[in-house]
Design a protein around this ligand. Sequence first.
Ligand SMILES: Nc1nc2c(c(=O)[nH]1)N(C=O)[C@@H](CNc1ccc(C(=O)N[C@@H](CCC(=O)O)C(=O)O)cc1)CN2
Ligand SMILES: Nc1ncnc2c1ncn2[C@@H]1O[C@H](COP(=O)(O)OP(=O)(O)OP(=O)(O)O)[C@@H](O)[C@H]1O
Length: 317
Amino acid sequence: MSEVAPVVPLAEAALKVEMSQAAPRMHRTRRRRRRRGGTSEKQQQLRFGYRFKPIRLKKTPLAEKLSSCSQPTFIVAMSNNDQEADNLESVFKQKRIIRSNVRQTLKSMDPSLRSQEDDIIQSIVLEAPWFKSSKRLCAYISCSALREVDTSKLLSQILSPAPVSFRLQKKLYVPRVEDKNSNMRMFNISRIDDLVANSMNILEPASVDADGNTREDVMHANDPVDLFILPGLAFDRSGRRLGRGGGYYDTFLKNYKELAKEKNWRLPLFVALSYSVQIMDEEVIPVTPNDVLVDALVSPTGVIPITSAALGRGLCY
Ligand SMILES: Nc1nc2c(c(=O)[nH]1)N(C=O)[C@@H](CNc1ccc(C(=O)N[C@@H](CCC(=O)O)C(=O)O)cc1)CN2
Ligand SMILES: Nc1ncnc2c1ncn2[C@@H]1O[C@H](COP(=O)(O)OP(=O)(O)OP(=O)(O)O)[C@@H](O)[C@H]1O
């Protein structure tokens, strides 16, 4: 809907979100990232055919002109709702472009490299003190057709019976899609055999076990989760995560964070597993207010701690 708006809001309205393909500027952060072995813009150009650059609010010529006017002017402008819808549409469009490019890159990844990276990533996790000390975990069941980082070794380790005299067995919750409206639950399982393939060919638990007992839903558990192991299509070094577009994880994580706040629980650590080719520079992935940031990434080159929560829990490079 259109409405009359004064000049200043219109100048702001004319600020445009754009995905720039402009020439790169070499700066300190980027040089630092390159030293760390991150995905440089040049590498992104090679992999994806063009460079992803952070989304920036850019002043259009109209905005420039309007902000230099000294007299108040009234002209027809878009309503705030229309602008928000436009910005969201632009973010979703950019997400679709990145998804499509990363899917292609993953498809062309050499299977033996993928399998090596799977092993390294899982070994890093299995050896990590923050993993060893986690008693309750939520993890995804990897789907190789989707080229997701393998979690099978992690899951079998988590589910392997602990020696009687040893520390407590870990408790594992895994996702189950409830409907097409971004609703997902996390159910406790104790054996890999508890899983059956869903319509998307991803293994998931039935809501009742083989004996007909209702499985424990993590949202009704008495104790907090220590660690989430998250999937995703792409990640950036500021902790942004691009999923497969269903909104399942973002919706779930938002609800879980609210539950933890209500119960006064410490927040879990949110850790995503990523092949090297899925990691992008800081703030390259566009986000909406619904997107939940991850605390750290585990890639074949090591752990990338992002938030103070990650550093506080002892995650380091
Ligand atoms: N292993 C795993 N389990 C998970 C998720 C996940 O990402 N990985 N989910 C995370 O949300 C939920 C399921 N969401 C999913 C959403 C899309 C697709 C999928 O097959 N997407 C295709 C594209 C389909 C299309 O565009 O029509 C793809 O990504 O290639 C799979 C699972 C819950 N369980
Ligand atoms: N917390 C939320 N509440 C309601 N809807 C949400 C929430 N988070 C995401 N969505 C919706 O889900 C859809 C997909 O969102 P988005 O593209 O960010 O998902 P994604 O990060 O790719 O997927 P996922 O979170 O499953 O990995 C969007 O329509 C978005 O509005």
